[in-house]
Design a protein around this ligand. Structure first.
Ligand code: AMP
Length: 576
C-alpha cells in the first residue's frame, strides 16, 4: 500500500529531532523499553487476569509473530474495536511492533462511521468482540467484511463462549492469539506447533506510521490521524511526565481505552512507559468503579466531567476508602469551577484539568499550579516545542486575554489527516497550524481557558457529535424536509442533541421513530437526538445557511419555558 501521510516539513522535523523531542524509538520501546529490568512487576490488570511486564512483553512478541503468520504485513492496517481488556492492549502493541498500524476505534461506533473509516484506511483485518453490551459486533463486522473484501481476517474475542465449533473455526480467536501460552488456561493456537521465534521482521522505523487515532471530528464522520513513532512517543513521554506518573502509579482506565486520552495521553502507554500498573475496567456503575479504586489502590484516573459527576453522586461517606487517589485528570469537555472544587474536597486528591485533542496538542494544569488556577483553567501545553496562537476571524493574533480560535503546530501535532485533502485544506493554515475550532483565551497564569467553540459540534459528555454528519443522515428519512442539530443543556452530559426538523409530509415522525431510523442507519447511539422540535422553517442567514446561533437561542428559550417531559427522557415535540 502506498503511504498517504502528510509529513511535517523536513526543516521542522529535523529541528524536532535535533532538540531531542522526536527520538528514534518505536512506540513499543517507549512503553516497554526498560521492562526487562522489572519483568516480574505487574503491568496490566483486567479483572482476575494479570500480566507482569515480562509476560506482557512476551505476549506482544508472540502476538506479533502470530499476526504475521496470519498474513498481516508491515504497512497493512488493522481496525481494532475492542472493549477495555488485555486482548486490546496486547493486540494494539503487537500490531505496532509488527509495523501494521492499528486503527484504534471506539466500541460505540457503528456501521455508518466504520464504513467510512474502512473506506479511508482500508484495513486487511478487524479485531472485535463477539458481543459487547448486548450489541452483536461480530454480525456488524461480517456485514462490513462483505462490503469491503480487502478485510481478510476477523479477530474475535468471545466472552460468552456461545459460538458453535464451526463458527469458532472460521474466526481467529483473539484471546488465544494474544494470551495463548502466556496465561494459564488460555488455548494455544494450533499453528504454534511451528516455533514462533524469529518470524517477526525488524521493528518499524521511527518515521513510520505507528497507529491511527480517530478524530472526534468537526465535520462529517471521524477522520484518521496517523501518528508516527517519533511524534507519538513525544506525546506519550511528555504527558506521562506532567501527570506525575511513576513506577508506583496505578492508572485506572475506565473510559474506553481506544480514546486517545486513555490510550496514550498519557493513559495506558504513559503508565507503562514509567513502569506503573494499569487497571482496565469497563465503563461501569460508579459504585463499582469506586470499589475497584479501593481494591487496586488506584492513584491516577482520567475522566470526563460527566463521569466525575456520577462519581461525586455515588460517594457515600465512610463506604469507600479512596485515600490512594493522587491525581484525577478531567477532560474531554469543560469542567466547571464549582465541580472542580467539590471534587478536590470530596475525593481529597489533586484535580488535573486536561484540554486535549486526538490531533496531538495536550494541555494540562500542572500538579504545582495553585488550586485557583487548576479550578479555572484548562492547562497549558505539556510537550516541549508545541506552539499555539489565539486568532480572530481574519487570522490575526488577538490581544492578551481576548477570546479567539486556538491554532497549534509542533512536534505533537498532526500535519494532516489521512487521505483527506479537502479536510486538510480546511483544517490547516498555510504555515501548517491546525485549526482546532475551539475558542480560548489566555489566563493571566499563562494557561488556556476554553471559552466556547466555532466548530458545529455537540459535546455530549466528551463524546463529540458533528452536527452536519447527523443532519445528513436525518435527511435520508423520507418524512424530513430540513433538519438542524443543536446542543441543548443536559444535567449529566453537559450537552445533548436537540434536533429541529421541518417535516416533508404528514404525519411527522416521532422522536422515537426517528431515533430508531437513525440507529438502523448505523449511527452510533450516543449521536441520537434526545429531543425533537418540529418547525415550519429553519432560520437562515447569508446564502441560505441555517442560523445556528439564532436556533440555539430559540431552542434554549423553548426548553426553559417547557414543563419537564412526563417520561423524564426529554422527549418532546413542539413548534418553534
Ligand atoms: P477528542 O479528539 O475527542 O479528544 O476531542 C477534542 C476536543 O474536545 C477539543 O478540540 C475540544 O473541543 C474538546 N475538549 C477536550 N478537552 C476539553 C476541555 N477540558 N474543555 C473543553 N473542551 C474540551
Amino acid at each position: 500500500m502506498t503511504e498517504s501521510i502528510v509529513r511535517v516539513p523536513e526543516d521542522r522535523a529535523e529541528e524536532y529531532r535535533r532538540r531531542g523531542w522526536w527520538l528514534p524509538l518505536p512506540i513499543t520501546d517507549v512503553a516497554l523499553g526498560s521492562s526487562s529490568s522489572y519483568a516480574d512487576r505487574c503491568a496490566v490488570v483486567d479483572g482476575d487476569r494479570r500480566l507482569s511486564y515480562g509476560e506482557l512483553a512476551a505476549a506482544v512478541d508472540a502476538a506479533a509473530s502470530r499476526l504475521h503468520r496470519l498474513g498481516i504485513r508491515r504497512r497493512d492496517h488493522v481496525l481494532v474495536q475492542l472493549p477495555n481488556s488485555l486482548e486490546h492492549v496486547v493486540v494494539v502493541l503487537a500490531l505496532i511492533r509488527l509495523g501494521a498500524p492499528p486503527v484504534v476505534t471506539l466500541p460505540a461506533l457503528r456501521e455508518y462511521e466504520l464504513d467510512h473509516i474502512i473506506r479511508v484506511t482500508r484495513p486487511v483485518a478487524m479485531a472485535v468482540p463477539r458481543r459487547s453490551r448486548r450489541f452483536d459486533h461480530l454480525a456488524m463486522a461480517e456485514r462490513l467484511r462483505d462490503r469491503h473484501p480487502e478485510i481478510r481476517t476477523l479477530l474475535v474475542t468471545d466472552d460468552d463462549r456461545s459460538a458453535t465449533a464451526a463458527q469458532a473455526e472460521e474466526l481467529t480467536d483473539l484471546t488465544a492469539l494474544t494470551l495463548g501460552g502466556i496465561l494459564p488456561g488460555v488455548r494455544i493456537p494450533q499453528d504454534d506447533r511451528r516455533p514462533l521465534a524469529a518470524e517477526v521482521p525488524e521493528p518499524p522505523g521511527p518515521r513510520d506510521n505507528a497507529l491511527f487515532l480517530l478524530s472526534s471530528g468537526t465535520t462529517g464522520p471521524p477522520k484518521a490521524i496517523p501518528r508516527t513513532h517519533e511524534a507519538f512517543g513525544h506525546v506519550v513521554r511528555s504527558a506521562a511526565e506532567v501527570s506525575g506518573l511513576t513506577e508506583a502509579s496505578v492508572y485506572l482506565a475506565v473510559l474506553p481505552a481506544s480514546h486517545s486520552f486513555v490510550f496514550g495521553h498519557p493513559g495506558i502507554l504513559g503508565t507503562l512507559s514509567r513502569g506503573g500498573r494499569v487497571v482496565l475496567a469497563a465503563p461501569d456503575d460508579a459504585r463499582r468503579t469506586l470499589s475497584l479504586i479501593e481494591r487496586e489502590r488506584v492513584t491516577h484516573c482520567a475522566l470526563t466531567p460527566a463521569v466525575l459527576l456520577q462519581w461525586l453522586a455515588a460517594i457515600e461517606p465512610g463506604r469507600h476508602n479512596l485515600t490512594s487517589l493522587e491525581v484525577l485528570q478531567v477532560g474531554g469537555a469543560r469542567l466547571d469551577t464549582t465541580t472542580a472544587r467539590k471534587a478536590r474536597e470530596q475525593l481529597r486528591c489533586q484535580i488535573q484539568q486536561v484540554y486535549g485533542m486526538s490531533e496531538g496538542l495536550l494541555n494540562f494544569t500542572r500538579l504545582d499550579d495553585p488550586d485557583v488556577v487548576v479550578d479555572e483553567t484548562q492547562g497549558r501545553p505539556a510537550a516541549a516545542g508545541d506552539e499555539f496562537l489565539v486568532v480572530d476571524e481574519a487570522g490575526r493574533e488577538v490581544s492578551a486575554g481576548e477570546i479567539g480560535e486556538l491554532l497549534t503546530r509542533g512536534p505533537s501535532v498532526l500535519a494532516g489527516y489521512y487521505r483527506d485533502d479537502e479536510g486538510n485544506a480546511r483544517s490547516f493554515t498555510e504555515d501548517g497550524y491546525y485549526r482546532t475550532g475551539d475558542l480560548v483565551r489566555v489566563h493571566p497564569s499563562g494557561n488556556l481557558v476554553v471559552a466556547g467553540r466555532l466548530k458545529d459540534v455537540i459535546n455530549r459528555g466528551g463524546e463529540k457529535i458533528p452536527a452536519d454528519e447527523l443532519e445528513g443522515v436525518v435527511l435520508t428519512h423520507p418524512g424530513i424536509g430540513a433538519a438542524a442539530a443543536v446542543a441543548m443543556p443536559h444535567p449529566v452530559y453537559g450537552e445533548a442533541v436537540c434536533l429541529v426538523v421541518v417535516n416533508a409530509r404528514e404525519p411527522a415522525p416521532t422522536l422515537l421513530e426517528l431515533r430508531r431510523f437513525l440507529e438502523d442507519s448505523g449511527l452510533a447511539r450516543y449521536k441520537l437526538p434526545e429531543r425533537l422540535i418540529l418547525a415550519e422553517a429553519l432560520p437562515l442567514v447569508g446564502v441560505g445557511k441555517v442560523n445556528k446561533v439564532a436556533l440555539r437561542t430559540e431552542v434554549a428559550r423553548l426548553i426553559a419555558s417547557d414543563h419537564p417531559p412526563a417520561d423524564g427522557q426529554h422527549l418532546l415535540q413542539a413548534d418553534v
